[in-house]
Write a protein that binds this ligand. Sequence first.
Ligand SMILES: NC(=O)c1ccc[n+]([C@@H]2O[C@H](COP(=O)([O-])OP(=O)(O)OC[C@H]3O[C@@H](n4cnc5c(N)ncnc54)[C@H](OP(=O)(O)O)[C@@H]3O)[C@@H](O)[C@H]2O)c1
Length: 221
Amino acid sequence: MTKTALITGASRGLGLALARSLASDGWRLILTARGADALEPVADRLGAVALAGDVADPAHRDRLVRAVRDHGGLDLLVNNASGLGAVPLPPLAGYPLDTLEDLFRTNVLAPLALVQAFLPGLRERRGAVVNISSDAAVEAYEGWGGYGSTKAALEQLSNVLAVEEPRVAVWWVDPGEMHTAMLADAVGAEDAAAAPGPETVVPTLRRLIEERPASGRVSHP
Ligand SMILES: NC(=O)c1ccc[n+]([C@@H]2O[C@H](COP(=O)([O-])OP(=O)(O)OC[C@H]3O[C@@H](n4cnc5c(N)ncnc54)[C@H](OP(=O)(O)O)[C@@H]3O)[C@@H](O)[C@H]2O)c1
């Protein structure tokens, strides 16, 4: 039977790499990102449904819920979309709190809201949730305290969700450094170019989806 996945942040980077891989194996995909100009051609090529919008916007999340319902329900939710916060990465002493508040809406509340919306169907279908985290959730890198604290919150939500929802597999994944727009924004284009491409993380994600190990934290490689 055809399986359906919703991938947030699928217009480039890791989200796009995973979407390509799942599409080539016949998954039905619902893809989202804010920029329609990048998202729509990508979704067209993959035969996927594109819904452009901000995951932090409750009205956009409602549209995603309706799209999933119109396509018969969800087997896999991939919370991959994420912001970086203030750039250049500021020390916590001067971190702009309004920016941090917005970052928590995108990186923590939006993934949880999507999980809440899709849980009934995911329980029924023994579905799965992949929350993309970062080593900044658990390591103390100077300048990464804002972003890292959002990922730490996402990890602990995932951790508790895993024990509360035994019918749903929940994995929170540190993908390691990847050569993407986000890393270039954080460390500069030249340093980011030294990192492996996001497609190198896809086999780790596919192994989770195919083999369904116990819920838990996963570090790539
Ligand atoms: N790159 C790394 O080295 C690295 C390391 C550790 C963890 N990660 C994590 O890996 C995941 C993927 O990151 P990436 O490096 O692939 O980033 P990326 O290339 O910058 O892609 C981010 C994607 O998310 C979308 N997006 C961002 N904010 C959004 C929002 N509010 N609503 C909807 N879509 C949004 C972007 O499109 P729009 O801008 O058009 O919305 C884009 O499609 C993230 O969770 C990130 O924190 C990355």
